[in-house]
Design a protein around this ligand. Structure first.
Ligand SMILES: C[S@@+](CC[C@H](N)C(=O)[O-])C[C@H]1O[C@@H](n2cnc3c(N)ncnc32)[C@H](O)[C@@H]1O
Length: 260
């Protein structure tokens, strides 16, 4: 999820991310704050011989993973296309000697078989499918043969699951017709494009992924051994303004593991 204070932070171009970086936590609910991120750390710790290996985090934002990666891997590359994100990432991570942080765009970057491991945390969220494909190709190209990718991607199924919770909640207190209407309104159904996996508001768009879509895209890119897990978000107030259902299973992002 890439939720913001009011709802969802949309995919933005470089300058928008520069602006967001100035008040990042007011806008972004990152899995590093709102979710149980342990499954990602477990994957990263589980890479054998990691202390002799290189790792990259593309679209690193403030690079919250920098310290952890620096302690567990030999060399660490963090990058982002927003100049302001890169500046802050350098401030936070500057003291780690094996960490290099630079500005680059995943859609155009070129690293040939440079890294043993690649991490992505909610940064491949472009509304253009062509940009998404270019990014996955460049991520795949950047991995050494046999290397691993760990990617957190916003889940469309999670959004639809929340819609189902809304509907069932309304059904308990209204007629079926009224419950459907109310649930759709709360879900903001008109703003979702369930075919494309988009949430749209005015001219801004946020991409969410279906599991089958991730599987298809990664397989076509050349990834193999594609596996899915979840990073689960807390229902706690403050994590998002989504109506909470604390007795139900939580919302999630996909945690995808794949090999080159
Ligand atoms: C929601 S933030 C996530 C940041 C970080 N990975 C985290 O989880 O804290 C998305 C990040 O992706 C970056 N980003 C978006 N599109 C990008 C692109 N095409 N190339 C490089 N970075 C990009 C943005 O600048 C932003 O820092």
């Amino acid at each position: 999820m890439i939720y913001c204070q009011v709802h969802i932070v949309f995919y933005m171009e470089m300058n928008d991310w520069n602006e967001i970086s100035k008040s990042y936590h007011e806008w972004i609910i990152s899995p590093f704050q709102g979710a149980d991120i342990d499954p990602l750390y477990e994957r990263l710790e589980g890479v054998s011989g990691r202390r002799e290996k290189s790792v990259a985090d593309f679209g690193c934002g403030f690079f919250y993973l920098g310290k952890f990666l620096s302690e567990h891997y030999k060399s660490v590359h963090g990058s982002d296309f927003s100049e302001e994100m890169v500046k802050t990432a350098r401030l936070i991570n500057g003291r780690f000697k094996n960490v290099r942080i630079m500005r680059e765009d995943m859609r155009t970057m070129r690293h040939d078989e440079a890294f043993d491991v690649v991490v992505i945390v909610n940064s491949v969220i472009m509304p253009s499918l062509k940009d998404i494909k270019k990014s996955f190709v460049n991520i795949h190209r950047s991995l050494k043969r046999g290397g691993s990718a760990f990617m957190i991607l916003p889940s469309m199924e999670s959004v639809i699951y929340h819609g189902m919770l809304l509907l069932n909640n309304e059904l308990a207190r209204r007629t079926e017709e009224s419950a459907r209407k109310t649930a759709k309104r709360r879900f903001e159904k008109r703003k979702y494009d369930l075919f494309l996996g988009y949430y749209k508001d005015d001219d801004q768009t946020q991409k969410f992924y279906y599991m089958h879509e991730i599987q298809y895209l990664l397989k076509k890119t050349g990834f193999r051994d594609i596996r899915f897990d979840k990073v689960r978000y807390s229902w706690d107030a403050g994590v998002s303004d989504f109506q909470p259902f604390p007795k139900e299973d939580p919302l999630w992002d996909w945690l995808v593991t794949a090999k080159k």
